[in-house]
Design a protein around this ligand. Structure first.
Ligand code: NAD
Ligand code: UDP
Length: 335
């Protein structure tokens, strides 16, 4: 089966490409390298020993997408391409809305033209806004507190409307919790530009000595140790969830949403301690002000994905720390 992966050179996309190739799929990637490097795709092929077809193009470029669909026999699309930095989305919302939303619209338009109606979409736990309780189930109320989150919410609604208008579509919306870690080969992983916004890449850079210390954003949350609690999940588990979702949409029609999380919450301090234990590295930290818009606790109820997709996370927090660290050590300057 030929699968188009938009944003396949990125952090999650590259891990999904590995799993797709290993499962025997033919993989076609479209990426404009807005936030990634071609090296990631080279390494995906090196890890798997398999060939991957690649187009350097922007998904906003309809003609380029049409060319990709006309030159291949694409049966399904896994759609990662988009911008993802919350802070940046507040500063440059027009770019975020255009890239994420218009990009998805152009993609869906071309999919429809070529009668390809199987889609897996990357959403985020951010669409739960400020959840009233945890663990979070898919039916919880949705809201967003920043432009990035709103792009995910709006795209989810757009996909619902597309399905409502044409019941031949089959769409899986995957709401990721906090993907961390890297492929166990140490060859692909998270490669943030500049100062990392997310916790794990910041921790690995502190451990490398690239940054002096971690700032823990707030220690007065209503959690077991006062620091924020999140559902960290190994990126390879996330990748495997996409294969299960793909399997499902190939057999069915409809639109379904699934949480991809472990169901277990770890605080910032828990993650620091686990990282120290896994790597024997000390992480100096200071407590600083809470980050605007952050919530105390966020973790998934992952039962729907378990029941319907037969997927659940297998790797533990130590695996996540060891693998994130291996990628950092092997690639001190990223790709
Ligand atoms: P990433 O930035 O590493 O990957 C996104 C890829 O899309 C990059 O390779 C980038 O170059 C490409 N891209 C962006 N705009 C494009 C365009 N217009 N045309 C072609 N390619 C384009 O991000 P990621 O962490 O791999 O995330 C993948 C998806 O998952 C994103 O949609 C993100 O919003 C979503 N998501 C990520 C997380 C996370 O914590 N990493 C959590 C929830 C949801
Ligand atoms: N965090 C922190 N210091 C950092 C980055 C993040 O204390 O330098 C905290 C943040 O407040 C949150 C958790 O770590 O409680 C996870 O943050 P991240 O940005 O990785 O993910 P998200 O906010 O999207 O859940």
């Amino acid at each position: 089966m030929e699968v188009l992966v938009t944003g396949g050179a990125g952090y999650i996309g590259s891990h999904v490409c590995v799993e797709l190739l290993n499962s025997g799929c033919e993989v076609i990637v479209v990426d404009n390298f807005a936030n990634s490097k071609p090296e990631a795709l080279k390494r995906v092929q090196e890890i798997t020993g398999k060939y991957l077809k690649f187009y350097e193009a922007d998904i906003l470029d309809k003609l380029a997408l049409e060319k990709i669909f006309s030159e291949n026999n694409i049966e399904a699309v896994i759609h990662f391409a988009g911008f993802k930095a919350v802070g940046e989305s507040i500063k440059i919302p027009i770019l975020y809305y255009n890239n994420n939303i218009t990009g998805t619209l152009v993609l869906c338009e071309v999919m429809k033209m070529y009668n390809v109606k199987k889609l897996v979409f990357s959403s985020s736990a951010t669409v739960y806004g400020m959840p009233k309780r945890v663990p979070i189930s898919e039916h919880f109320p949705l809201s967003a507190t920043n432009p990035y989150g709103r792009t995910k919410l709006m795209i989810e609604e757009i996909l619902q409307d597309i399905y409502a208008s044409d019941k031949q579509w089959s769409v899986a919306i995957l709401r990721y919790f906090n993907p961390i870690g890297a492929h166990e080969s140490g060859r692909i992983g998270e490669d943030p530009r500049g100062i990392p916004n997310n916790l794990m890449p910041f921790i690995t850079q502190v451990a490398m000595g690239k940054r002096e210390k971690l700032s823990i954003f707030g220690s007065n949350y209503a959690t077991h140790d006062g620091t924020g609690v999140r559902d960290y999940i190994h990126v390879v588990d996330i990748a495997k969830g996409h294969l299960k979702a793909l399997e499902k949409i190939m057999k069915t029609r409809g639109i379904e949403t699934y949480n991809l999380g472990t169901g277990v919450g770890y605080s910032v301090l828990d993650l620091v301690k686990n990282f120290e234990k896994a790597t024997n590295k000390k992480i100096p930290y200071v407590i600083s002000e809470p980050r605007l818009g952050d919530i105390a606790e966020c973790y998934a109820n992952p039962i729907k994905a378990k029941t319907i997709l037969n997927w659940s996370a297998e790797k533990n927090i130590q695996d996540m720390c060891i693998d994130a660290w291996r990628f950092q050590v092997n690639n001190p300057e990223g790709y």
